[in-house]
Design a protein around this ligand. Structure first.
Ligand SMILES: NC(=O)c1ccc[n+]([C@@H]2O[C@H](COP(=O)([O-])OP(=O)(O)OC[C@H]3O[C@@H](n4cnc5c(N)ncnc54)[C@H](O)[C@@H]3O)[C@@H](O)[C@H]2O)c1
Length: 263
């Protein structure tokens, strides 16, 4: 496939790694121009190099952006408009894991950081985007990666689950408020995906990812597809939702988890 996103100009958050990186490259392959935004500058440089080697040097620029800062989010949108003359797709992927903390063990710092990055960060980048889309009458698509933890608490720690459920609710408000202006907003809720988010998180080394902390453990081998996903298996859904192919999709919460929620 190619050119499914011709004319699309996207800000991709969390683009330095994992699903955000896979989506950034997929958007480029489908003809979009992108601003890759992340606070991991080394990862952004690696992405830019990869994009350059693939022949997309003119279609990518990067910006150091911490989504917990509304000024950084405004700057990412401003760079997009300055560089490409418009902006019409948000792919929001920046996020962090929470070490699977139980409610009873919750540390204030973990709760506050989860809400700051995974919920307030989503609001910040959405607001920055809408501040451009609305006055400029841009028909746009906003694609938020949340998590299947938002609907299945067994697949995330308490703070992560709550923040991601909040992000899904935020998505619904954006979809409800702005659909009338041709601005769509949808959530992708992945199950476990092989990315850097798991690095440093205490976890059964055998690969358990279903609520290790409560003892509700399931090894990948017991899941319906018997494995985790790879980022490239999530990116096509982000292409669909970012492109005009999904023109009647608004306020959807799409679970893409290989059936792990069946367990
Ligand atoms: N990997 C999974 O199993 C899984 C499952 C469901 C949902 N998710 C969600 O998918 C999204 C992408 O995560 P991933 O799995 O690709 O992990 P990842 O760690 O590989 O990528 C996350 C990216 O977000 C960036 N980031 C983190 N905090 C940021 C901040 N404050 N400002 C800007 N950038 C920031 C990181 O630098 C990194 O590049 C996250 O929202 C995550 O919660 C992941």
């Amino acid at each position: 496939m190619a050119d499914r996103m011709l004319g699309k100009v996207a800000v991709v958050t969390g683009a330095a790694s994992g699903m955000g990186k896979a989506i950034a490259l997929a958007y480029l392959r489908e003809g979009a121009k992108i601003v890759a935004a992340d606070f991991n500058v080394e990862g952004l440089e690696a992405l830019e190099k990869e994009a350059d080697e693939l022949g997309f040097a003119d279609s990518i620029c990067t910006i150091k952006c911490d989504v917990t800062s509304s000024a950084d989010c405004d700057a990412a949108v401003a760079l997009c408009v300055e560089k490409y003359g418009t902006y019409n797709v948000l792919s929001h992927n920046a996020g962090i894991g929470d070490n699977w903390k139980l409610v009873v063990d919750m540390e204030d710092s973990i709760w506050e950081r989860q809400i700051a990055v995974n919920l307030t960060g989503s609001m910040n980048i959405a607001r920055s985007s809408l501040k451009y889309f609305l006055p400029n009458e841009i028909k746009a698509s906003m694609v938020m990666i949340t998590s299947n933890a938002a609907v299945e608490s067994s697949t995330g720690g308490a703070a992560y689950t709550a923040a991601k459920a909040g992000a899904n609710a935020l998505m619904k408000s954006i979809a409800f408020e702005n659909g009338r202006y041709g601005i769509r907003c949808n959530s992708i809720c992945p199950g476990p995906v092989s990315t850097n988010i798991h690095v440093g998180i205490e976890r059964d080394p055998a690969g358990t990812a279903v609520h290790y902390a409560t003892g509700y453990n399931k090894h990948y081998a017991e899941w319906a597809l018997k494995r985790v996903a790879f980022p490239d298996e999530i990116a096509p859904l982000a292409v669909y939702l970012g492109s005009d192919e999904s023109s009647f999709m608004n306020s959807a919460t799409i679970i893409i988890d290989g059936g792990v929620c069946l367990g």
